[in-house]
Write a protein that binds this ligand. Structure first.
Ligand code: PGA
Length: 244
């Protein structure tokens, strides 16, 4: 794992956008898994601007969904589906056939998990995953206590995730379950970027990078990844022993 600390959110976002562009330039049919959330938002704005201005071609790429709130429809602005459509797919002009997201309204969620795993296998695995770190150390919806041996699965959301998740929605919503790629996908992905910014992430960043690797803190598994990169800004880094 490599850790890079940036002066600010802009620097971090620029670096993450460059990593994504580097992958598509080396492999035009690359498979991406891009998280939703506040952390990568600026990365997507910079990425889509650069792609439009410089003609970076994503038309042969595939996009895998990292996770989704069970029971929340794609039309809801708080859904991961809506976020990706708005911030990534529409600006990059990605065709529907190349977008593979969980249907969190499905009556058969185990089958959703199974077909996502099959899709990833058929496409030859994920080339780049960009993910944030939850306030409880989750990655995707791999909540504390999750088995690292799982591929896609449905999970009961931690109370902190249920509460923090309200920030994405216009009004109060019931968020009980998530559907997510597993830590096994995370560990098998060729390049993983974890991004975090802001002082409110400083404590969880410190724990994720300095505590023992454990399923009780899923983000610690980035340290088991042979090609994992953690990009944080100085505010998120301020509690780290080495960064002081
Ligand atoms: P955030 O979410 O980027 O909105 O902080 C991160 C996460 O919960 O994974």
């Amino acid at each position: 794992m490599k850790l890079e600390i940036f002066d600010n959110y802009e620097g971090l976002s620029l670096r993450a956008a460059k990593e994504i562009i580097g992958v598509i330039q080396r492999k035009p049919n690359a498979v991406f898994c891009l998280a939703t959330g506040d952390s990568p938002k600026r990365t997507y704005a910079l990425l889509t601007n650069e792609a439009t201005q410089s003609g970076v071609d994503f038309s042969k790429a595939h996009f895998i969904g990292l996770d989704e709130w069970v029971g929340i429809p794609p039309s809801n602005p708080g859904s991961c589906h809506y976020y990706l459509d708005t911030n990534v797919f529409r600006p990059l002009g990605i065709s529907a056939a190349r977008i593979h997201l969980f249907d969190a309204l499905s009556k058969d969620l185990p089958n959703e998990c199974h077909s996502m795993d099959e899709t990833i296998r058929r496409l030859g695995g994920i080339d780049l995953m960009l993910a944030g770190i939850g306030m409880n150390g989750h990655v995707g919806f791999n909540e504390p206590g999750v088995s690292p041996n799982l591929y896609s699965h449905v999970i009961h959301l931690d109370e902190m995730t249920q509460n923090v998740g309200q920030k994405y929605f216009n009004g109060a919503v019931v968020l009980k379950q998530g559907i997510t790629l597993g830590l096994k996908h995370f560990l098998e992905t060729k390049l993983v970027l974890l991004v975090a910014n802001g002082g409110e992430k400083a404590a969880i960043i410190k724990r994720s990078l300095e505590e023992n690797i454990s399923e009780n803190l899923p983000a610690t598994f980035i340290r088991k990844h042979s090609n994992g990169k953690v990009f944080i800004d100085s505010a998120a880094a301020f509690k780290l022993i080495k960064a002081r």
